[in-house]
Design a protein around this ligand. Structure first.
Ligand code: MN3
Length: 200
């Protein structure tokens, strides 16, 4: 029987984000870390009901259950990383137009206020975790989550994310999380992906 969960292909070549995110970082972050979450979940799912579920259903099913922490962590990290790769693109970043640009102005005041709040969330997530732009009701919000936690288990729709686990930036930026975060926001954010997530 083939394994129920698989590692999605990267949406670009492993050197497409250079020099901002190196192929070397991608080789570890995607090729080792992301892959390990898939391998771990497949092991945990052997002979279990979750092997028949979609990844999102596994996450919702295991969220907050003390006896399913390992399942949740690995399943959510598979989903988070696929979402992260899609949140980045070559020649992205900066101020978006379209519906998302208008909603940012409405929810945050202007793009610069949004950017400051997003960067601050990414900087102040203590230890490992994620910074997110989400849709919550009619408004956009910036939230941060620890470890593998994902906003959709709390009814928020993720639009973009920044991985702030050290493995995301240490090869290219060492301890300079602020420089990594600013680089992503200014040069790599995939606003077309955010717009698509906004539309549902
Ligand atoms: Mn990561």
């Amino acid at each position: 029987m083939s394994a129920p969960f698989s590692l999605p292909a990267l949406p670009y070549a492993d050197n497409a984000l250079e020099p901002l995110i190196s192929a070397n970082t991608i080789s570890f972050h995607y090729g080792k870390h992301h892959k390990a979450y898939v391998d771990n979940l497949n092991k945990l799912a052997e002979g279990k009901d979750i092997a028949q579920m979609s990844l999102v259903d596994v996450i919702k099913h295991s969220a907050g259950k003390a006896d399913m922490v390992g399942v949740f962590n690995n399943a959510a990290q598979i989903w988070n990383h696929t979402f992260y790769w899609n949140s980045l693109k070559p020649n992205g970043g900066g101020k978006p137009g379209g519906t998302i640009g208008a909603m940012i102005d409405k929810s945050f005041g202007d793009y610069d206020k949004f950017k400051a709040e997003f960067a601050n969330a990414a900087m102040t997530q203590f230890g490992s975790g994620w910074a997110w732009l989400v849709k919550d009701g009619d408004a956009l919000k910036v939230v941060k989550t620890p470890n593998a936690e994902v906003p959709f288990t709390k009814g928020q729709t993720p639009l973009l994310t920044i991985d702030v686990w050290e493995h995301a930036y240490y090869i290219d930026y060492q301890n300079l999380r602020a420089k990594y975060v600013e680089t992503l926001i200014d040069k790599l954010m995939n606003w077309e992906f955010a717009e698509k997530n906004l539309a549902g």
